[in-house]
Design a protein around this ligand. Sequence first.
Ligand code: GTP
Ligand code: MG
Length: 309
Amino acid sequence: MLQKKKSKLLKRLRSGLSKSRTNLSYQIKNVFQREKITDEVWDDLEAILIGADIGMDATLAIVDDLKKQIKTEHIFDPGELKEFLKKELIKELNTCPNKINPSNLGDISIILMVGVNGTGKTTSIGKLAAQLRGEGKSVTLVAADTFRAAAIEQLQKWAERSGSNFIKHQRGADAAAVVFDAIQSLRAKGSGVNIVDTAGRLHTYVNLMEELKKIKRVTLREADGIPVLTLLVIDATTGQNGIVQAKAFHEALGLDGLILTKLDGTAKGGIAIAIQQQLGVPITMIGFGEEIDDMGPFKAEDFVEALLD
Ligand SMILES: Nc1nc2c(ncn2[C@@H]2O[C@H](COP(=O)(O)OP(=O)(O)OP(=O)(O)O)[C@@H](O)[C@H]2O)c(=O)[nH]1
Ligand SMILES: [Mg+2]
C-alpha cells in the first residue's frame, strides 16, 4: 500500500517536473553527444546547470567533480555521465537533510505558514491539512490573513475540503489576536495541529515584516513549549529571487523549513539545490499542482530522478 502510494507520488512529481526534465535531460544529452569533450562542452554544461537555477556554487562544484571523474574513470558514455550527474545532484541536495515531515509531527504542534504574495501559502495549507487528516490528526486552520479580500473564505473552503476545524476573526482584525485565540483553543483540547495562514508580504517591506515578527513572538509566548514550526513558501517559478526572499524571511523569523511550490510550472527545478545550499534550511515539501494531493515530502533521490529521467 505504502509502495503504491509512493509510486503514485513519484509519477505525479515526474509529470509535474516534466518541463524541467525535458529541458535538462535534452540539453545535457545534446552536450554529451558531441564527438569530443572539449572546454566548450564544459562551458555549455555549466550554462545549462546555471540556466536550470542550480546556482553558481553548486554548478561549479558539480562540473569540477565531473571533470575529475572523466579523467580517472575514462567515462565518455553520456548515459554514464547522467548517472554520475544524478549522484552529484543528490549529494548537493542531501547536504541539508529534511528532518520535518507531516508524519513525524508530534501530537500537538503549531505551523506558521509565511511568504511573499501568491506563492501558494493557502493552497499548501489545504494540501498539508488533507495529509495530516489522512493520518488521523486533528487539524485546525487559523485565518490570520485578515488583510486580503476573500482570504478568510478561501481558507475556510480548504478547511471544509480537508475536514479541518477553522478559526477566524473579522477581516481587518489583528492577526496576532486570531493566533492567540487559536492557541488557547489548542491548549484546551490538548492535542492537534494548528496551521496558521498569514497574509502575503514582500520581504522588503519593513512594517509588514515587523507584523510577522509580532505574530511569531505571540505564538512562541502563548505556545509555551508546544513545538512551533515556521515554514516559508517559495514559488519555484520566481527563480533566483526566491533565494533573496528566503534569506530575508530567515533573518527576520528563523525558518525551520521551506515549501517549494509550482514545480509543475517551471523548467527550473534546480532552484531547490541553490536554496538549500545557500540557506542551510531544508526543503520540507514540494508542490506540483493545484489539486489537493499535488504535494509531497521532499526527497533528494525522488526529486533528482523526476528531474533527469
Ligand atoms: N500550478 C500550481 N499552482 C499552484 C501551486 N500552489 C499554488 N498554486 C496556485 O497559485 C495561486 C496562489 O495560491 P495561494 O495559495 O492563494 O497563494 P498565497 O500565497 O496564499 O497567496 P496570498 O494569500 O495572496 O499571498 C492559486 O491560483 C493556486 O492554485 C502549485 O504547486 N502548482
Ligand atoms: Mg493566501
